[in-house]
Write a protein that binds this ligand. Structure first.
Ligand code: HEC
Ligand code: HEC
Length: 250
């Protein structure tokens, strides 16, 4: 992802890059200080076994009791890219308010390399590689419960055309009405994702990737994606970026 933090620069307006680098440095420092001093001593003293037992007990109690807290989950690893309230940041899409079942499916698709668009391979294959099924479900539930904010960053001149395609499809061109599956407010249902308020660039990239052969085993989006023209994609992505913004307009 070509954002400031990755290039080691700071965004002059928000300082976001610098903040992220700091967070990363803290994590790195923590690991470096913690491991050699602590673990090695503990191993020598034979208390690692005891420590592991304690950690296993803790893991079980976290898994079975209490509300879902960010501290109990590797959420920090995720919001580093997806933004502090998971509203999306540069190429990383908003996760807040997304459907639980959809999030679970996507995390599995990254882990099994089924979802294989360039940015997925570059960032999410690694991020999802070591998540066990329970952590995947808990992360999905956590992000799904955060309130979503609309990106509202599409071209407003194209939004009306996008709305027509979303609601009615284009029968002459064999394009299905998106709302039939994604819901009239683009809020999603079960494992079908919420689209309303995702960012223009993310929606556009997703709609393009299927006709480029990525994530090809998915049903039905490869077929839907292939039937859309670049103009129709721009219109749909524009319209959808504003959905959910009516009540939150300043
Ligand atoms: C290094 C940056 C980075 C990290 C760390 C990261 N992500 Fe991502 N994530 C991305 C990018 C970039 C994409 C978009 C991939 C694409 O466009 O195909 C993405 C996509 C996703 C998606 C797909 C969303 C959708 O609407 O289809 C999910 C779910 C997701 N990430 C969850 C997570 C979780 C959970 C974590 C923490 C365990 C995490 N990510 C950590 C960068 C990151
Ligand atoms: C027959 C049902 C169906 C129709 C019609 C449909 N979709 Fe989908 N869509 C899905 C499903 C299911 C997924 C999730 C695929 C997956 O899990 O990989 C999806 C995923 C998506 C995503 C990915 C969202 C994300 O967060 O990455 C976008 C964007 C999308 N659809 C846009 C559209 C648009 C625009 C239309 C209309 C032109 C449309 N869809 C029509 C079922 C449908």
């Amino acid at each position: 992802m070509d954002h400031a933090a990755n290039r080691g620069e700071s965004d002059p307006e928000t300082g976001a890059g610098a903040r992220r680098i700091c967070q990363r440095a803290q994590v790195k420092r923590g690991v470096l200080l913690w491991q050699p001093g602590w673990v090695h001593h503990a191993r020598d003293l034979g208390i690692m076994k005891h420590f592991r037992k304690k950690m296993a007990a803790l893991a079980i109690s976290l898994a079975t009791t209490g509300p879902l807290l960010a501290d109990d989950l590797p959420v920090r690893n995720c919001i580093w890219c997806h933004g502090t309230s998971a509203q999306g940041y540069y190429d990383a899409p908003r996760l807040a308010g997304q459907r639980v079942d959809y999030l679970v499916n996507q995390l599995q698709a990254f882990a099994t390399h089924k979802r294989d668009e360039f940015l997925s391979t570059k960032y999410m294959w690694n991020a999802a590689a070591h998540l066990d099924p329970l952590t995947i479900r808990n992360l999905a539930a956590y992000f799904s419960a955060l309130p979503p904010e609309p990106a509202m960053d599409g071209d407003s001149a194209l939004a009306a055309e996008g709305k027509i395609i979303f609601e009615n499809g284009v029968p002459d061109e064999n394009i299905a009405a998106c709302q039939a599956c994604h819901g009239p407010e683009a809020q999603g249902v079960r494992e079908i994702p919420r689209l309303g308020g995702l960012s223009y660039s993310y929606l556009k990239r997703r709609l393009e990737q299927w006709s480029q052969g990525h994530d090809a085993s998915g049903i039905p989006m490869p077929k839907v994606g292939r039937s859309l023209s670049p103009n129709q994609i721009a219109a749909l992505a524009s319209y959808l970026s504003f959905v959910g913004g009516e009540s939150s307009e300043k």
